[in-house]
Design a protein around this ligand. Structure first.
Ligand code: DGJ
Length: 696
């Protein structure tokens, strides 16, 4: 039965969510100790597992290692520390003393204190459907240095072997899925960039090496944080594997004291039995039900001007693009970088958020009115956390950026990072953003962030390290405030493409810009990695021009559309110069997308064939009676015959009608044998197949 129970005699808590159980207990020393994570178990079954702690073997080996719920440094605990503290008298480490607990609905809180020092620790556990959210709160009556404050330690059951799934990348190559055997010892994943980052993403999944897309147990964890972060897998010779995780980075210390508690971000965990596909679908369901603010909305088809105009933004040029976009069926027109201050390139003007009067002589109103008049919503690009040194705002406030007094200020993309942890900076940003949105009837912000932190100092502040956490918190607070004051406002998270995609930012935005790389082939891979955890409903994907500006590759229009249609479709090409034939085709493809959009954005994803250079890549979405299948063949070789594509997630007892061909297929046949071949011949062949389940 779903819910939380406390087995008093055994000092054990059992949390059962949708189809899985998590259990922990207190050991003899009050240390919160892991008991079970995995298939659903009854309370009685959990107690079978919750045997007495094993004795120490000898002076060096601890059979209980890796079982602490939050592996606190100290005493004879040598596991990867999730919590490291130093008290004012120099004493390091924590000794747990259990105080009490509270269960409110699906939320369990365990209250602890140090045995001697006035430090209190609360461990939070909250059931959210199939997911268990965990985080930690620290508070103290005197100053305590917290060297590491992870949100939780997750212990994976003992397997013969462990395999890790995770993503790596870089700018224009985000979320590349990797599957590797978990090394013995400690392996770290993280970002020291001050943002989530392009190089890794704060989640990992673990299986025993045998899971496939459709079969097997998968354990996953994901951190809801958009600043620097670290996840550490620890695999010991006793066979234990844990994944500790939290915000921060080595060398950055938190200070907790009177009036300065520390709450870590949510670190969510999910057990599924049904392969990587089921794991992804469960994560998507969690994001839609518990993370995204307006998940039930359909995201509109967007046009973005960046690739068409670069910084050459003018009122007439934007209006022409908007008119053409509207005729294609676009519903939201977004003007990108270059509309403000002296921002005619990346060298100047960033931070001066007044409209450029040379480009917009009468302000933004005529363009906004025109866009609304074309029947579209109006969106605009902003990068609130940045300045160009060549800007009026930086000349007026050179102390507002992250800097150290005796160090140079490293510029990346000719810009510096504002210190949002400073209340005056955050207030300034709120003031101009609020005015921009309110005065101009802005419906959508593309919130960009185009460089990592460097020289992250705050001269004059006694606790400079706090900027690492508080910058991110201030961004969150500003997003929350804007949303509360402008309920119709929708926001896209962007950081030079997909540098800020995580559960934390998804809780306060509506979609994310997946990558600056819009090449359709590369996107198949990027989207494959993105979709392991995050849903199509938030995955912004544009159709842009040939040749692609990152890869110089040219890809047929239909293929580009079909790839972008597997997420939130957008257009980013210079549509004013598209030939009539492409415009007509684009209009039809936008209309097709609007028809399939509910299934793509709200349906369950089945990855039928992963991205491959040779052969066919395919995926499928299912929502109620409706099914949409995407098939892509990059290159045809040797006249290979096309193979039927076996579908998934269908009802074998029903028939499914393909309205395009008028053919009804039996669900059992589609599952057992597959969809009959039908891709066009040659390279870059793609198709979208719609199927509707018929009543029996
Ligand atoms: C980086 C973004 O990812 C692009 O889409 C574009 O908005 C540029 N910044 C504008 O400077």
């Amino acid at each position: 039965m779903a819910g939380i129970s406390f087995l008093d005699d055994h000092r054990t808590w059992v949390l059962t969510g949708e189809s899985s159980t998590y259990a922990l207990r207190l050991d003899e020393d009050d240390v919160p100790t892991h008991v079970h994570w995995g298939p659903a178990l009854s309370d009685a079954e959990v107690l079978e597992l919750s045997a007495k702690t094993l004795p120490w073997w000898d002076g060096f080996n601890d059979p209980n290692e890796g079982l602490a719920e939050l592996a606190a440094d100290g005493g004879t605990r040598y596991w990867t520390p999730a919590l490291q503290v130093r008290f004012a008298d120099g004493t390091r480490a924590l000794e747990w003393r259990y105080e009490n607990h509270d269960i409110t609905g699906e939320h369990l809180r365990l209250f602890f204190a140090d045995r001697h020092y006035p430090l209190r620790i609360t461990l939070h556990y909250r059931l959210r459907g199939a997911v268990l959210e965990r985080w930690t709160e620290l508070s103290a009556d005197t100053d305590v240095e917290v060297v590491r404050a992870d949100s939780a330690t997750w212990a994976v059951p003992l397997f013969e072997d462990y395999r890790l799934s995770h993503v790596t990348g870089r700018w224009a190559a985000e979320t590349q899925l990797r599957r590797v055997s978990v090394p013995h010892g400690e392996t770290g994943f993280g970002s020291r960039h001050g943002i989530t980052g392009h190089h890794a993403n704060p989640w990992v999944m673990v299986d025993d090496g045998t899971a496939t897309e459709r079969h097997g147990e998968v354990y996953g964890v994901a951190l809801a944080w958009s600043g620097s972060w670290r996840l550490t897998t620890t695999r010991s010779s006793t066979g234990r594997l844990t994944v500790s995780g939290g915000f921060g980075q080595d060398g950055v210390v938190h200070r907790v004291g009177p009036g300065r508690p520390l709450t870590t971000p949510v670190y969510a965990g999910l057990y599924t039995d049904g392969g990587f596909g089921a794991a992804s679908r469960a994560w998507h369901a969690y994001v839609l039900a518990h993370v995204l603010p307006h998940a039930d909305e359909l995201r509109p088809v967007l046009y973005n001007s960046w690739e068409a105009t670069g910084f050459d933004v003018t009122e007439a040029g934007q209006r022409a693009l908007a008119e053409r976009a509207a005729a294609l069926g676009v519903e939201l027109f977004v003007m990108d970088d270059g509309w403000f201050g002296a921002r005619t390139g990346d060298h100047a003007g960033l931070g001066d958020w007044q409209v450029n009067r040379a480009r917009f002589p009468d302000g933004l109103k005529p363009l906004v009115d025109a866009v609304h008049g074309f029947g579209m919503r109006f969106g605009i690009w902003v990068e609130p956390e940045m300045v160009n040194p060549d800007s009026d705002i930086y000349r007026a406030h050179p102390d507002w950026v992250l800097h150290h007094p005796h160090r140079r200020r490293s510029e990346l993309r000719r810009q510096l990072v504002l210190n949002f942890a400073r209340p005056d900076v955050a207030e300034w940003a709120h003031e101009w953003l609020d005015r921009l949105v309110g005065e101009h009837g802005v419906d959508f912000l593309k919130w960009d962030m185009n460089r990592p932190f460097s020289e992250a100092g705050w001269p004059g502040e006694s606790d400079q390290d706090r900027l690492w956490v508080e910058h991110t918190r201030a961004v969150y607070a500003l997003l929350d405030r804007l949303r509360a004051d402008h309920p119709g406002l929708r926001i896209e998270s962007c950081a030079g493409g997909g540098g800020r995609i995580d559960l934390g930012v998804l809780a306060r935005t509506d979609q994310v810009w997946t990558s600056d790389n819009t090449d359709a082939l590369d996107r198949l891979r990027i989207q494959h990695g993105y979709g392991q955890l995050y849903p199509a409903r938030a995955m912004s994907a544009w159709v842009t021009d040939n040749p692609n500006f990152v890869t110089a590759r040219s890809v047929p229009l239909a293929f580009r559309f079909h790839v972008a249609m597997a997420g939130v479709l957008g257009l980013g090409g210079d549509v004013v110069h598209w030939p009539a034939g492409e415009l007509a085709a684009a209009r039809d493809l936008v209309a097709l997308y609007k028809d399939i959009r509910p299934v793509v954005q709200h349906g369950a994803l089945y990855r039928l064939r992963p991205p491959v250079d040779d052969g066919v890549t395919a995926l499928q979405y299912v929502l109620g009676d409706r099914v949409v299948v995407f098939e892509y063949r990059q290159a045809a070789h040797f006249g290979e015959p096309e193979r039927p594509l076996r579908l998934a997630g269908l009802d074998p007892a029903h028939r499914y009608l393909d309205p395009a061909s008028g053919t009804a297929h039996s669900g059992a046949v589609l599952l057992a044998r597959g969809l009959p071949p039908g891709l066009p011949t040659g390279d870059f062949a793609s198709r979208v197949v719609r199927l509707n389940r018929l009543k029996i």
